[in-house]
Design a protein around this ligand. Structure first.
Ligand SMILES: Cc1cc2nc3c(=O)[nH]c(=O)nc-3n(C[C@H](O)[C@H](O)[C@H](O)COP(=O)(O)O)c2cc1C
Length: 182
């Protein structure tokens, strides 16, 4: 796949089936994340990979947070199943180092770039992905389970797998609606 095709035609896909990217494919995905732009060389990233038993652990973490919140049963049931929508979920964490010139926001952006780079690396190798978030990403119990410290933040759950359907058409967007010249 040409780099520009990847950039211009990429779609996310929620329908993800086995197999998950493993071996060299997974290595490339992580390496792409590690090439995210990084002001001050702070490497503000942690990637927590869940597969198989790991997906069950992620499910337990989310369910526990919802129980602490006294969420309705329907919410808890939905959360319990959530991680199993793909054969692999990578929790992307911004590991924030306090720094005079690099505020936490820049480090969150860097982790976001890492998530995007990993999704693209998956697509480039014939896999697919879907970036998810939700209120649980910000929940204290979830942060504790992932050992977040200080200003660390989960920036997303990157669901990865093999495409389970054909990708949707890329939406038409008029450049003029987004671009201005100074
Ligand atoms: C930080 C972030 C969090 C997201 N969280 C969710 C989510 O929880 N649920 C969801 O349906 N889409 C979420 N999305 C959007 C999807 O990942 C996806 O980008 C969207 O469905 C548009 O599809 P496309 O990427 O093919 O244009 C999120 C995107 C970002 C950047």
């Amino acid at each position: 796949m040409q780099a520009l095709d990847l950039l211009l035609e990429r779609r996310s896909m929620a329908n993800l089936v086995e197999p998950a990217p493993e071996g060299k494919f997974l290595e490339n995905i992580i390496k792409a994340g590690l090439r995210a732009p990084d002001h001050g060389n702070l490497t503000p990233w942690r990637f927590v990979i869940a597969q198989g038993e790991g997906l069950r652990k992620l499910s337990d973490i989310l369910v526990h947070a919802a129980q602490v919140n006294n969420s309705p049963d329907a919410v808890i049931e939905k959360l319990k199943k959530a991680p199993f929508r793909a054969p692999m979920v990578i929790t992307v964490i911004a590991k924030v180092t306090p720094h005079d010139k690099v505020p936490a926001l820049e480090q969150y952006l860097s982790a976001g770039c890492a998530a995007q780079a990993m999704q693209m690396a998956a697509v480039a190798q014939g896999f697919q992905g879907f970036w998810r978030s939700g209120e649980w990403m910000f929940h204290k119990e979830v942060h504790q389970a992932f050992h977040l410290q200080g200003e660390d933040q989960i920036v997303g759950f990157l669901y990865l797998g093999t495409p389970g359907c054909t990708a949707m058409k890329v939406p038409e967007r008029k450049m003029g609606d987004f671009v201005e010249f100074l």
